[in-house]
Design a protein around this ligand. Structure first.
Ligand code: 5GP
Length: 178
């Protein structure tokens, strides 16, 4: 097992590049099967999902489009305080089969706030693909249609995911050492 240091913390190998590749291809097979005669629009949420979105999209053999958005969260706007808005969504979603691509669903709060904004635009259908999911952390009722891995409630980096801006470049996923 190899370890890396990112900023002040040590992380150990958790998912190898081969394991990630296998599950990304399995997810792509499911999407290829479900959208054979459709032309889905993928919305990849930046920054964390960029590597997953790229590998997933390359493994599709259907007609498909992709666009990228950033979500901005604002703390303390109200007493309950967390509002998510999307930046850069310049494609009409009306009557489209939309698939949102996320890196990880943790509490589910981000998507709980964001997915209704997509539904407001009346897509024909809406599904969610996430590389990772921490079921123990989930606090909101988010259904993941296409999932790479369920993982324990420990912080991970690599394959697009960062710790304070660093660690995105690794092709493996590392878990915070105890
Ligand atoms: P949620 O709104 O589901 O609680 O949080 C989702 C976001 O939190 C993810 O898109 C990701 O940016 C961040 N996040 C949650 N857990 C982790 C983790 O273990 N590692 C990293 N790098 N980011 C995480």
């Amino acid at each position: 097992m190899s370890t890396i240091t990112v900023h002040d913390k040590t992380f150990s190998t958790f998912l190898s590049a081969a394991e990630i590749n296998k599950q990304v291809n399995r997810v792509a097979d499911e999407i290829n099967r479900d959208y054979q005669d459709k032309c889905p629009l993928f919305i990849a949420i930046l920054n964390g999902s960029f590597m997953f979105a790229s590998d997933l999209f390359k493994a599709l053999n259907i007609n498909a489009q992709i666009c990228f958005i950033k979500l901005a969260s604002y703390q303390g706007v109200k007493s309950t305080g967390h509002v998510v808005t999307s930046i850069g969504l310049d494609v009409s979603l009306k009557d489209r089969d939309v698939v949102v691509i996320e890196d990880i669903v943790d509490t589910g709060k981000t998507l709980h706030e964001f997915l209704p904004q997509i539904l407001d635009q009346h897509p024909a259908s809406l599904k969610l693909a996430s590389l990772l999911h921490k079921p123990e952390s989930l606090k909101y009722p988010i259904h993941i249609d296409y999932l790479g891995f369920s993982i324990p409630n420990k912080f991970v980096v690599g394959y697009g995911l960062d710790y304070d801006g660093l660690g995105r470049n690794f092709k493996e996923i590392f878990q915070l050492s105890a």
